[in-house]
Design a protein. Sequence first.
Lengths: 183, 183
Amino acid sequence: MDTVLSLLLAPEGSPLRMIDVAKAAGVTRQTVYDHFSNRSEMLTAAIQHFGDQLDIDTRLAPSRAAPDGRSRLTAYTQAMLDFFPAIYPLKQSLMRMGPGDEEAKSAWEDRIHAMKEGCAAAVHALKSDGDLLDHLTEARATDLYFTLLSMDGWAHCVLENGWPEADYLAEMQRVTRLALVKP
Amino acid sequence: MDTVLSLLLAPEGSPLRMIDVAKAAGVTRQTVYDHFSNRSEMLTAAIQHFGDQLDIDTRLAPSRAAPDGRSRLTAYTQAMLDFFPAIYPLKQSLMRMGPGDEEAKSAWEDRIHAMKEGCAAAVHALKSDGDLLDHLTEARATDLYFTLLSMDGWAHCVLENGWPEADYLAEMQRVTRLALVKP
DNA sequence: GCAAAACCTTACATCGTGTCAATTGAAAAT
DNA sequence: ATTTTCAATTGACACGATGTAAGGTTTTGC
């Protein structure tokens, strides 16, 4: 399990053949099949495992404890950007997977979309405070917020173009505020 | 060539085996290998072909003709969002490809990154007018603008959550303006 | 001590990619 | 009119990866 993850997260974009997993775990290929009936199941289990050991509740506590909508938005934005460095390598690996690994990608999508509930909660808090821009419904604002918090955008700026993470965070705080909150 | 594209863009996410291409083109598998030495070459050629028939120059003309930075930004944003519906299906297909198709994905990335030059040009025009926010360098502003124009964000709102395209465009115009331009 | 679980070895079926060689058919060259 | 040439065909094969199967060995738990 951990072996699968370590291979998945390895800097070298390995194709992750079953034989690789087996070797890395010090067993034979067939033993791997004793634990997971097929490749998809193995990958989804690994993704699940990854998500579990990520301590989501702890990292989201500040957001939930925020006293008002504005600070909740800020806290959630920060929490999300804090996740990205840990999550992104896995996403990269998943994107390298071929057809026949659709299940695994679905498992990933599920995890990501769970993040959207946090967006919705922050937006709802804003709305309750009367601080959400008038022309945005809660649903629209949630979509928009989720869109702005794009992991690809983060990767583009921070990983590809060398922004300091703090700078990217500051920009996102500014932009999300402008995009959603009444002046 | 067109056959490859039509299969690639087909609603059904087909695995796109060589044999499928051959059948669809009415030839044998080996004949396909006579034209493209391998799968990657075939895919990259298809992507190239796709980009060529996209009439980029025409669609970008309004942006280039814009009299000032602000209107250039607006025109370019609109041009990008106009591209997305045509481009997205191909991106989806590409993302389904497995390892060994890295070349094809690179070809795609190249095409996408060409879009960034347009972002840079718009940002530069803004800067020349003195309308770019003071705390943003041209490079940073370009990264940020490119990030905001994320195709995944568009897909999330328009395709997954049913935003009318016009609404999404309006939001993007608003947000990019707030993110980059002096009030 | 014994039974279950975990693991190993070997072998095989299947499927998709990529290669090769011999052959057909038809257009083009002269 | 014949030869050259080129595209396509047929059929076979090697290779690598997934997944299945059967039977044997070692570890572990009770």
